[in-house]
Ligand binder design. Structure first.
Ligand code: 6GU
Length: 227
């Protein structure tokens, strides 16, 4: 898979891509993540990427020309399955969206910044608009990093233990069960007996019950019928 990220702040996204699972996925050749500085697609001396909104109002918008140039330049190299725009007024991101995106070959993520992008870019190029939650970030860069991270870990072969990503919270609409490691007792705080029993079947059953109970208590909304 290849993920191209267009942004005015590549430095803001670089670090999370250079560590942990994404780093290993890149080294294994399972994903390529390429950052593109929008300023490289400007044609004026000042490398202008923003401008005032027609009709007035507070804040600057991302200009249309550099965005169109960046998207068209990438699109001339390969076909993209989705051209994603990160914006607080997008569709709420979820594990099921991450699952779907992880199956794609080529994706562009365009990071919204300032007060957003010229609507014509959304109308003519963008195929998917994503928000990562009902709160406002200073820009779409952190959202793009979040989206990229959640996708990359799902690409087959990225996480060595095949079942590991599948047993994450949300993967089956349930929160993960509590987990414990050594020592079996610390300051008198004991690990549940069942986990030390070696009875795999009973342990699975216990974990499922714990997942269900945790979900009921902490996220009852996850147990409601799908819309
Ligand atoms: Cl994708 N962008 C911004 N700027 N704020 C957000 C967001 C995205 N998702 C939630 N808040």
């Amino acid at each position: 898979m290849r993920i191209d990220i267009i942004t005015v702040l590549p430095e803001l996204i670089q670090s999370p891509l250079d560590h942990s699972i994404i780093k290993r996925a890149k080294e294994k050749g399972l994903v390529e993540v390429v950052l593109h500085n929008l300023r490289d697609f400007t044609d004026d001396k000042h490398k202008t990427v923003d401008d005032y909104a027609f009709g007035g109002g507070a804040g600057m918008l991302m200009k249309i020309e550099p965005l169109a140039r960046a998207i068209e330049s990438l699109s001339s190299e390969r076909d993209y399955d989705e051209i994603i725009y990160t914006t607080p007024d997008g569709t709420l991101f979820s594990q099921s969206t991450a699952n779907k995106l992880s199956l794609l070959e080529n994706v562009i993520i365009l990071c919204g910044h300032y007060k957003g992008i010229d609507q014509r870019i959304r109308d003519h190029y963008i195929t998917m608009e994503i928000s990562i939650g009902d709160y406002v970030l200073s820009g779409g860069e952190l959202a793009a990093a979040v989206i990229t991270d959640s996708i990359v870990r799902l690409i087959p072969g990225v996480i060595s233990d095949e079942t590991s990503a599948l047993s994450d919270s949300f993967q089956d609409d349930l929160l993960a069960p509590p987990v414990y490691t050594r020592p079996a007792e610390y300051r008198g705080w004991k690990v549940p007996e069942i986990l030390l029993s070696g009875n795999t079947k009973e342990i699975e059953k216990w974990r499922f019950e714990q997942s269900l109970e945790r979900t009921r208590k902490l996220r009852p909304d996850l147990l409601e019928e799908d819309e």
